[in-house]
Ligand binder design. Structure first.
Ligand SMILES: NC(=O)c1ccc[n+]([C@@H]2O[C@H](COP(=O)([O-])OP(=O)(O)OC[C@H]3O[C@@H](n4cnc5c(N)ncnc54)[C@H](O)[C@@H]3O)[C@@H](O)[C@H]2O)c1
Ligand SMILES: O=C[C@H](O)CS(=O)(=O)O
Length: 487
């Protein structure tokens, strides 16, 4: 797709530091490519440790006046940012489809989902309350106040290049923090466009900074070792999250971790099978299966296995695979070569182990980074595909006999982000909801993410929650005040 933007000034190719657009001191650039065809979209300034230091210094400088603003003043500026994001939603969606590959309608959905966090936290900014605590002595008054953590670092993934940024930046700014964002090198254009809109919204220089570069380790090293940065909010893979937690430990930073998933999707014998199929389609194949909350293992009770598989296959077989700008496309490309190779390896290994491809089971002829929507049957829990995050349009179906077996299978993973199940009986719904070791559970529903509810996982899927009334707490410190001598 030639890049036709209504507002061409949203296409930014430099780092955004201290309210200025700057090139890399090294003059280096890196190419951003379209995963649908491998063609270069544009070159972007390839910044590193030096520019990251400058961004941290800018955020530190801006913190003084930003935290001193009233909650209402910060709220209004966030509202301006929300309004501009919605106003430019079509251009942002085009940029996203171009650099990330998801179908245009999904990209538009993500822009609005991302904007919803700015809207939500524009309001939450005005509801940061403290406490008055009943004193232990007549001469004392006890209270708490909440204050911003300070300078925040955010490191974000490529699969939701707008929403994963606003889900961090909005609560951080609402709380009175300033932020340095390192987007994925795969998808910097959306991040830089968001920075341009924040600038236009009147968010002061240094409050929000974006540093994009190929050397994630160098940028991350600066962000995690700086004593000025008091918090890291990371969204990405669990292995990288573990590294970053360790790096942050050296300066005792607060961290929020939104990491990998391995979501079970359980279909019980008392489920509405048509609803379960709709839920599986929505959860499994969104963003070509490249979401942290995608159904990763579909567990189906024996007596309904064949009926469910047949219904699901009929729908998946009808999926249209292609470039995201083409109307009616359901499945776009995966993000890069290693992603396709990983998915192909997991499928091939399962097939070698005796699984069968009811639909797909191979790369797509649409292009180097396309994979065919796939359903595998006869998959067993000893296969790698049961234990690894697939991150592709592949639905492995597993059989189970009893409710206890389903819960045990579902929980047999180090991950604990999202889980789903379809059932009818109310007592079963309560038993299974309480038995699943996950941060989020979809019950007769495959799409659960919203700005008003807490998003996050347990075990090795991370710590902390984003969105909801809880999300702003990640960026606040509670200070206890004890007033004495009051007689
Ligand atoms: N829990 C969630 O909310 C959530 C949301 C989206 C994606 N994810 C997870 O993210 C993964 C896919 O995204 P990804 O491939 O971008 O993940 P990734 O971990 O490879 O990269 C995420 C970000 O970290 C950066 N990074 C990588 N190595 C780094 C290092 N050593 N130091 C500093 N920064 C580093 C990358 O440049 C990118 O910006 C999947 O595991 C998915 O489940 C989780
Ligand atoms: O991939 C992770 C995102 O958080 C997915 S969602 O859009 O928030 O469900």
């Amino acid at each position: 797709m030639l890049l036709k933007l209504n507002d061409p000034l949203l296409l930014k190719t430099q780092a955004y530091i201290d309210g200025q657009w700057v090139n890399a001191a090294s003059a280096k650039v890196f190419a951003v490519t379209n995963p649908a065809n491998g063609l270069k979209i544009i070159d972007v300034a390839d910044v590193g440790a030096r520019e990251t230091k400058q961004a941290i210094a800018a955020a530190e400088k801006a913190l003084v006046s930003w935290r001193a603003k009233t909650a209402k003043e910060r709220s209004q500026l966030l509202r301006n940012w929300f309004d501009l994001t919605v106003q430019h939603k079509d251009d942002l969606a085009r940029l996203m489809t171009l650099e990330q590959g998801k179908p245009l309608n999904e990209a538009l959905g993500e822009v609005m989902y991302g904007a919803s966090f700015i809207e939500w936290f524009a309001e939450e900014a005005k509801r940061v309350y403290g406490d008055v605590i009943p004193a232990t002595g007549g001469d004392k008054r006890l209270l708490t106040i909440k204050q911003p953590v300070g300078v925040v670092a955010a490191i974000t993934p490529w699969n939701f290049p707008i929403a994963m940024i606003t889900r961090k930046a909005a609560p951080a700014l609402a709380a009175g923090c300033t932020i340095v964002i390192k987007p994925s090198e795969e998808t910097p254009l959306c991040a830089l466009a968001l920075a341009e809109l924040a600038h236009r919204a009147g968010i002061p220089a240094g409050v929000l900074n974006v540093v994009a570069g190929k050397d994630a380790v160098a940028i991350g090293g600066e962000l995690t070792s700086s004593t000025v940065v008091r918090k890291l909010s990371f969204t990405g893979s669990t292995p990288v999250g573990k590294k970053l937690i360790a790096q942050c430990a050296q300066t005792v930073k607060r961290t929020s971790m939104e990491l990998g998933g391995n979501a079970p999707f359980i279909v019980f014998d008392d489920a509405d099978l048509d609803a379960a199929v709709e839920g599986a389609l929505a959860s499994k194949y969104r963003n070509a299966g490249q979401t942290c909350v995608c159904a990763n293992r579909i567990l189906v009770q024996d007596s309904v296995y064949d009926a469910f598989a047949a219904k699901l296959a009929a729908r998946v077989d009808a999926f249209k695979v292609g470039e995201g700008t083409i109307p009616g496309v359901h499945i776009g490309p995966l993000i890069n070569k290693s992603a396709v190779e990983k998915v192909d390896h997991l499928v091939s290994s399962a097939l070698k182990g005796g699984a069968k491809a009811l639909v797909g089971g191979k790369r797509s002829a649409q292009g180097e980074l396309f994979y065919s929507p796939t359903i595998l049957t006869g998959v067993t829990a000893d296969m790698a595909i049961f234990n690894e995050e697939i991150f592709g349009p592949v639905a492995p179906l597993f059989r189970f006999k009893t409710e206890e077996e389903a819960i045990a299978m579902a929980n047999a993973t180090p991950y604990g982000l999202a889980a789903y199940f379809f059932a009818g009986d109310l007592a079963r719904i309560w038993r299974v909801s309480e038995g699943l070791e996950y941060g989020m559970v979809g019950i007769n529903e495959g799409l659960i993410s919203t700005e008003v509810a807490p998003f996050g996982g347990v075990k090795e899927s991370g710590t902390g929650r984003e969105g909801s009334k809880y999300g702003i707490d990640e960026y606040l410190e509670i200070k206890y005040l004890c007033m004495g001598g009051i007689r």
